[in-house]
Design a protein around this ligand. Structure first.
Ligand code: TTP
Ligand code: MG
Length: 406
């Protein structure tokens, strides 16, 4: 079944909060950012001010020249934070699958919610009504089968808009739009694409990603997918870790390959255990190395299939480690391994591969024993070496620095 993703974004947020608190400002050109004589830029412009060409990021001096009759307000962050919290609380009443993206913007998964509200369209109208009644603010909403299309729909619907893109109509909806409408396409990317004769999202959609690879590297595939309305990103609930990593600084800088490998194995097992504890799979593995002179490098590899076994993390990390060491003479001061781009476990092609299936079974058994008796209850071949080298670490507990980044 197709998902129903909503993107909700408040119109002229900072300005609208000021207008809600001071009705005299309503319907007028208003700018939040500072006084016109300040060397600052426009943070938010009312839609009335936008008619004079004002927009976020414009120097206030320019804004004042274009629209001297506007009211310029310095703004106060606590007011906006308060409004934002109340806005998110309203959204949370509608769906627990809520991902706040910024102060005035959130994604919501509304799949299957039509039975509660009559339709998803009605649900969006209800959200808009409550936001208006309780906060005096206007929300624009895009509804589509994925995040990127919902976001673009919300943006196009502004102000006070509601735009629904039917499942299956994503490509034809996106096709005529200029590429700058695609999230992530900034001025520089736009220039490069225009240089290649690509001006619309539709033209980008039919350009083979291989043709863009020399310009945009790994992002070419992502751009291609987005341009085709393909985006399988899930709603990320706050508090869900975006990445999991562990690292170790050696007591003494080292070039000892066995020690580096053993440490990498140990760290991979810790990361793998964390990942499985959270019932996640990772698409990306990152190796971090700091050399004796403190130069720090990271090397990343995207897995063909998302994985969560210790072996997958370790094997990938080891390949990256070998490649990095081949290019550097210096001893290593720190080694770290991390996983990111975390996804819910889905049906996996790799499960058909019996060696992966066996690894999963093995990890399950090890996790069970470790959960009961502690992480060090089981030492795998490589990490046993660490016990001799760092006896004081009890096989590891003081050795690692866990890090969950959000
Ligand atoms: P936006 O949602 O980008 O802008 P907006 O809400 O003012 O207008 P729109 O109707 O187009 O959504 O950003 C939300 C708030 O974030 C905005 O009101 C002010 C703040 N902001 C800045 O402080 N600096 C900036 O450069 C931008 C773009 C926004
Ligand atoms: Mg906004």
């Amino acid at each position: 079944m197709a998902r129903q993703i909503m993107h909700v974004d408040l119109d002229a947020f900072f300005v609208s909060v000021e207008q809600a608190l001071n009705p005299e400002l309503q319907g007028k050109p208003v700018v939040v950012g500072g006084r016109p004589d300040q060397r600052s830029v426009v943070a938010s412009a009312s839609y009335e001010a936008r008619e004079f060409g004002l927009h976020a990021g414009m120097p206030l001096t320019t804004a004042c020249r274009l629209c001297p009759q506007a009211t310029f307000i310095e703004g106060s962050f606590p007011k906006y934070r308060d409004a934002s919290q109340r806005f998110m609380a309203i959204l949370a009443d509608f769906s627990p699958y809520l991902e706040p993206v910024s102060l005035d913007e959130a994604y919501l998964d509304a799949t299957g919610f039509e039975s509660i509200h009559g339709s998803i369209h009605q649900m969006a109208l209800d959200i808009k009504q409550r936001t208006k009644d309780e906060l005096g603010l206007c929300a624009s909403i895009g509804i589509a089968s994925c995040k990127v299309v919902a976001k673009i729909a919300a943006e196009l619907s502004k102000p006070d808009g509601l735009l629904e893109v039917a499942n299956g109509a994503e490509r034809s909806f996106l096709a005529p739009l200029p590429i700058a409408k695609l999230p992530g396409v900034g001025k520089k990317t736009e220039r490069i694409l225009n240089g290649l004769g690509i001006n619309t999202i539709g033209q980008l959609a039919v350009t083979p990603p291989g043709m863009l690879k020399s310009h945009f590297g790994i992002f070419s595939k992502l751009m291609h997918n987005y341009a085709n309305g393909v985006d399988d990103r899930e709603i990320e609930l706050p508090g869900a870790a975006k990445s999991i990593s562990r690292e170790t600084t050696f007591g003494k800088d080292t070039k000892d390959r066995s020690l580096l490998k053993a440490t990498l194995r140990y760290l991979s097992e810790r990361v793998g255990a964390d990942l499985r504890q959270r019932s996640k799979q990772a698409r990306c593995v990152t190796l971090k190395l700091r050399y004796a002179d403190f130069t720090t490098i990271t090397r990343q590899h995207t897995l063909r299939q998302p994985g969560h076994t210790d072996q997958t993390i370790f094997d990938t990390g080891l390949r990256l480690l070998k490649a990095a060491l081949a290019q550097e003479e210096q001893p290593v001061r720190l080694v770290g391994i991390g996983v990111s781009n975390l996804v819910e476990p889905g049906r996996q092609l790799d499960m058909l591969d019996s060696s992966t299936g066996r690894q999963e079974q093995l990890n399950k058994a090890i996790d069970r024993i470790r959960n009961k008796y502690g992480f060090t209850a089981i030492q795998t071949g490589r990490t046993l070496l660490l016990k001799d080298i760092f006896p004081e670490t009890d096989g590891g507990y003081t050795l690692h620095t866990p890090s969950l980044s959000r």
